[in-house]
Structures are given as C-alpha cells and as structure tokens.
Design a protein around this ligand. Structure first.
Ligand code: ATP
Ligand code: MG
Length: 629
C-alpha cells in the first residue's frame, strides 16, 4: 500500500499542487486564482475565483465526443419501462427543463425543491438547476408531509418539482397528496409547483399554482438555455442528512470543489474511464445518489443507470441481470441490499455474465464480515466497503484501486482517501491514538474539495455541530468510532452515541452486532443499550434469521438464543452478552437502510419513539414491541 500512502501524504502535505492538478479534470470558464482560501477556519473555499458549472461538465462538454452514446439509462421494474438517453438527448431534455424553470423566474441562487420518484425527469431537473445556477434540494420521496414542510420552510424554494406518484415493490406510492398537505403546513410555500403526471395515481392540479410538466416540456421543445457560470464556492445544492441521530442538517455543497472531487474519484476510487457504465442503486434523495447516480459518472463521461425498483423484483437476480444487459463496469450499492439478497437463493449470484464488472462498492452502514464474505465469494468480485457521510460528499475511507490495487479486508473500509486528513483521536484528550486503540474518527480541517461548505443558512451551527466536540483541537468529528490495525486498515466501530455502559464496562453496540452476525444463522441484527436499574444499561439484541422457521417454537428460539450467546461470549467476553436476543422478521430502518436504534431504545424503555417519518416499514416497530412481550 506504499503508493496509496504516498498519494495520500502528498494530498495533505503538498495540498495546493495536488488539487491544482486534479482541477484540470474540470472545465473552467474562468480559471481560479487560488487553490484554497482557509483564512477563516474551519470554512474552506476551494478554487477561489474560478468559474465553472456542474451541468456544463456533466452534459455539454461530452456532447461532441459522446453525443450518440448512452448517458442516462432509466430502468424501472416497477412500471416495466426502460429508456436510454444519449448525451445529446440528455442535453436536449436538460435545456427544455431549464427553460421551464427560467420561465418560472428561477435563476442564480434561487432554490428549487425536488420531491420526485426515481424517474429521468428528476435527473433532468437537478441538472437544469445546475445549468441555471439555481440550488436544488432533493427531498427523498419517502418523506412524509411534516418532514417535507420543514425542508420547504428551511430552503424556501421558488419552485417545487414533483410527480403524481412513485412505485415501490409493485405498490403505488402517492406523492402529490403528501406535497399538497406539506404545502398547507408551510409558512413559505412557493409560487409554483411543476407536476409530472405519470398516470399512476389521481393527480389534481391546483389552479394558479400547479403546472403540468409534460405540457411545459412540449412548449419548450428545442429550447436552449445558456449555462450560468458560478464562482467555485457558490452553493450547488442543499441535502439533508438521514436524521438517524436527530434533527437533520441541511448540508450545503459548493460547485468547483464538488466537480473536482467527483471527477478525480471516478479514476482513483472507481478505476473508471469515459465510456464506462456506472450503476448505483441508491436513490437520488441521498448523497450517494447525488454523487454517484448523477454528477460523478456524468462528469466522468460515463453512462449512468437510474433504477426504479428493488433488488428482489422480479427476482433476486435483477441487479446482475442489469449488469449483464448494460455491461456495467461499476456497481455501487448498500449493505442493506446485500443483506436482502442473502435471504435469497445463492445461485442467483451466478446466473448472469458479470465479466464487465470490476468491483462492487458498498457504503452507507457497517458492512459486517460475513455479509462481505458472502457477496464476495458469490460474485467472485472485489467488494469495496467505503465509508462516508452526507457531509463528506464522497468517500472518506476506501480502497483506491485507481491509485493502487491493494487487498481489502472484510469488515474494513480500508484506508483514508486522499484529501481527508483522517485521524483516530481520544475522546477525552483529543490526541491522536496509536494503532489498535479505539477512538473518534476525526478529520483535520480543511475538509477537502467536495465536502460540505456549511449548514444552509447557519454557519454557527456548522462550526458548533462539527468542530467543537473534540477537546483541545478544532477537528471535524464524524461522530463515529474507529480503530486502525497494525497494517493500517481502518475499522468503523459504530456511532459515538451508540456506546453503552454495562455495569461500568463501555461496549460498542456495533462490536456486539458483528459478533452476533458471525453466527451462520443470522441475516442481520441490531443491538441497543437499554436503561437498567441494576446495571445502568443492558444490551438488547434483535435479530433476523436467514430461516425464520428456526425460531418458530419458543424452545427452538431459546436454543438459537443460547447458541448466539455462546458465540458472543467466546468472542467478546461474558460482559458483552446481550441481556436478551429476540427474533423479528425485519428491523426498523430508515428508508436509506439505516437501523433506527433511537426508536428501538425508546420502545424497549417504554417511551414514545418520537419522529418516525423516515421509517421504511412501521410494522417492524410493532414486531419489536411484540418481541418484548
Ligand atoms: P444524521 O447525521 O442526521 O443522524 P446519518 O448520519 O445517518 O444521519 P448519513 O450522512 O446518511 O446520515 O450517514 C452517514 C453515516 O453512515 C456515517 O457517519 C456512518 O455512521 C454510517 N456509514 C456510512 N458508510 C459506512 C461504512 N462503510 N461503514 C460503517 N458505517 C458507515
Ligand atoms: Mg450523521
């Protein structure tokens, strides 16, 4: 890993020269005067004075060389449709939508909020905003009215673009009624709403406010809208964090730094090149979707697949079928998707020709060792666990096969990515910790290009939230625990608020989860700390079995529970044994696949679980309640 280390070292110690070189990947209308302005720490302004545009770099610049090649491939297994847009067609669509938005008065710096399913019009709209210099804020389609209203009031958009409905696992998910309700709750509703009517659900238009997307689109056929050049540090978008640990934060991103970071990552992290095909199964409502469905691949001259569907419909081979059909080179997904596949027949992994596929990237939550091993062996492809946050915009820790091919280790997202001066520091003293010791994953500012510039409308909250929790130093805290092993591989050990204290022993719930997951009968599990009058806290485990029949009778469940207890005791010691292991059919998760530990704890302690609008399947909480009986 000598090369990776050296590359990383140079990005930190010879920062300006390093990023000046990387900036050549982006087309600038006006060259920048300074690589970095860090005169007001922790605020970093990258490529100061440079003018560029994300849409220009993602669309226009490739039209000449790749005009007739696929740029956006939309596949919906929900409505059984597939449409491929060439780069030129993408250019046409984006221009038409830009003209539609311009007609509504949208210009530089104005916000446009998207509340849309996984349809190509959502991508056109994001790129059209970028073209106009408008700031998009994509709100994940699963959010309900109250969340949506909060975000509308926070971003105060001039226009909202939405749709009648989405579809998930064959069921229509209405959007427009939720939006209408949200608008009625808003203090600052926008003047106009553009609605894409897919014909999935009844969709009334409010006169004087609502406009029909298709009708506008037809009227603007053939329109051309000039690119609005932006200063590198102007905002490109606002995106709210998942809200796993509390009130979501409106992460604001810049233009130039983001373009450079993504362009470089296409080569160094994904080992890709123009003409490749990239398939990211995330949602455009999440950061992974922003960076690796939309901007990253398109800026890198790659075709991108936009997939509306689940990994198991029509069957558990659908992802691999799409890889074969579209000759996908890079697949990007999440551990939660792999855990879903793990409950399907393993033969599905080898049914299709995956010869074009170089590697599978997984991010968003911990990738436990057994799951990593299962998918790696089943596919015979490298599995690249990469660790990042909405805030970082692109991976903080990852293998970097475009820099150097280094063996990965199951359970580890490998090494710090160039640009991120990541450290493991002591929670008490703020000092760097030696290999082997567990501490907080922190980043020495400046955050690199592509990371958040601030919290939308709240510079103080940005500083207070991220840069004041580590004593003695102004470091960015990820609020995750980590450890580096003797060979330099990093491990994420859970969130700093997921530590429990059992009779004076501090235990990371993640470590207990890892141990339970290593039992061959377990598909996934969640461990939480629950208040206990005797021990302070006890660990409670909720596990999903690969074969649910195994625990159908109480005596069988007790036997499996005993088995798992022994595994944990062997691996971590008796103190780490959960007080109880309960079996459920599904864990309560956010729609981005993150376990809602806060809500589980609340239920275990008999409290109200609070805001649950981000939950994927409300019945999963009922199961937790039942399991506790
Ligand atoms: P909020 O900050 O609002 O509570 P969130 O942290 O869940 O929400 P995201 O930014 O979507 O919102 O998630 C980032 C977090 O996801 C990381 O801080 C980390 O805890 C977890 N994570 C992401 N990738 C990995 C990974 N590869 N391994 C372990 N954990 C990961
Ligand atoms: Mg977070």
């Amino acid at each position: 890993m000598q090369k990776t280390r050296e590359f990383h070292r140079r990005s930190i110690t010879d920062r300006d020269a390093f990023w000046r070189e990387q900036a050549e990947r982006v087309l600038w209308d006006t060259p920048f005067a300074e690589v970095l302005d860090f005169s007001r720490p922790p605020f970093a302004r990258w490529f100061v004075g440079g003018q560029t545009n994300l849409c220009f770099n993602a669309v226009d610049r490739w039209v000449e060389s790749q005009g007739e090649q696929p740029a956006l491939i939309w596949v919906s297994t929900e409505v059984d449709q597939e449409i491929t847009y060439t780069r030129r067609q993408l250019f046409d669509e984006v221009n038409a939508v830009a003209a539609m938005l311009r007609e509504q008065g949208v210009g530089r710096g104005d916000r446009v909020l998207l509340y849309m399913p996984m349809v190509p019009q959502a991508v056109f709209t994001m790129l059209a905003c970028a073209r106009l210099g408008a700031v998009h804020s994509v709100v994940f389609g699963g959010f309900a009215s109250v969340n949506l209203a909060q975000r509308i009031d926070d971003a105060t958009p001039k226009v909202i673009v939405s749709a009648d409905a989405g579809s998930r696992a064959g069921k229509v998910v209405p959007y427009k009624p939720l939006l209408d309700k949200a608008l009625s709750l808003c203090a600052h509703p926008p003047k106009s709403v553009i609605v894409l009517n897919r014909g999935l659900a009844p969709c009334g238009l409010e006169p004087r406010r609502d406009l029909d997307y298709q009708a506008l689109r037809e009227r603007h056929e053939g329109a051309r809208v000039p690119v609005q050049w932006l200063e590198s540090s102007e905002p490109s978008y606002i995106l709210y964090t998942s809200g796993t640990t509390g009130k979501p934060k409106g992460v604001q991103r810049d233009v130039g730094g983001y373009a450079v970071a993504l362009a470089a990552s296409m080569e160094y992290l994904f080992d890709g090149k123009p003409g490749d095909t990239f398939f990211c199964t995330s949602d455009i409502g999440w950061v992974v979707g922003h960076s690796y469905i939309v901007y990253g691949p398109l800026i890198g001259g790659q075709a991108t697949i936009l997939y509306e569907g689940t990994p198991v419909r029509p069957d558990g081979a659908i992802l691999w079928k799409l890889v074969e059909q579209h000759r996908v080179n890079t697949l990007f997904s999440a551990p939660t998707a792999v855990r879903v596949l793990k409950r399907q027949a393993p033969e599905l992994l080898s049914r299709h020709d995956l010869s074009t596929l170089r590697a599978v990237y997984l991010a968003g939550e911990p990738l436990d060792e057994p799951t990593a091993q299962w998918i790696s062996e089943g596919l015979g492809k490298p599995i690249i666990d990469n660790y990042w946050q909405t805030e970082s915009g692109w991976p903080i820790l990852s293998a970097q096969p475009g820099v150097e091919r280094v063996a990965t280790r199951f359970g580890s997202p490998s090494f710090p990515v160039y640009g991120f001066d990541a450290r493991i520091v002591s929670e008490q003293t703020g000092e760097d910790l030696p290999a082997g010791e567990k501490g907080v994953v922190a980043i020495v500012p400046p955050l690199p290009p592509g990371a958040m510039s601030t919290i939308w409308g709240d510079d103080d909250r940005f500083v207070q939230t991220y840069f004041t929790s580590i004593p003695g130093r102004q470091l960015y805290s990820t609020f995750d625990w980590g450890r580096v092993d003797e060979d330099g591989y990093w491990f994420i050990l859970g969130r700093t608020d997921d530590v429990i204290n059992v009779a004076g022993h501090r235990l990371g719930t993640r470590e207990i989860e890892e141990s339970i997951n290593s039992h061959s009968g377990i598909a996934e599990c969640a461990v939480v700390g629950v208040a206990d009058s005797l021990k302070g806290q006890v660990a409670m485990a909720f596990a999903v079995l690969k074969n649910p029949a195994l625990a159908e009778r109480p005596e069988d469940a007790r036997a499996v529970e005993g088995d798992i207890m022994r595994v944990v005791e062997d691996q971590l010691g008796a103190v780490a044994r959960p007080a109880r292991i309960r079996f459920v059919a599904a864990l309560p998760k956010t729609r981005s696949g993150k376990v809602l530990r806060r809500a589980i704890v609340a239920i275990c302690e008999g409290r109200d679980p609070g805001d649950l609008t981000t939950i994927e399947d409300p019945s999963s909480l009922e199961q937790i309640k039942d399991a506790l009986q």
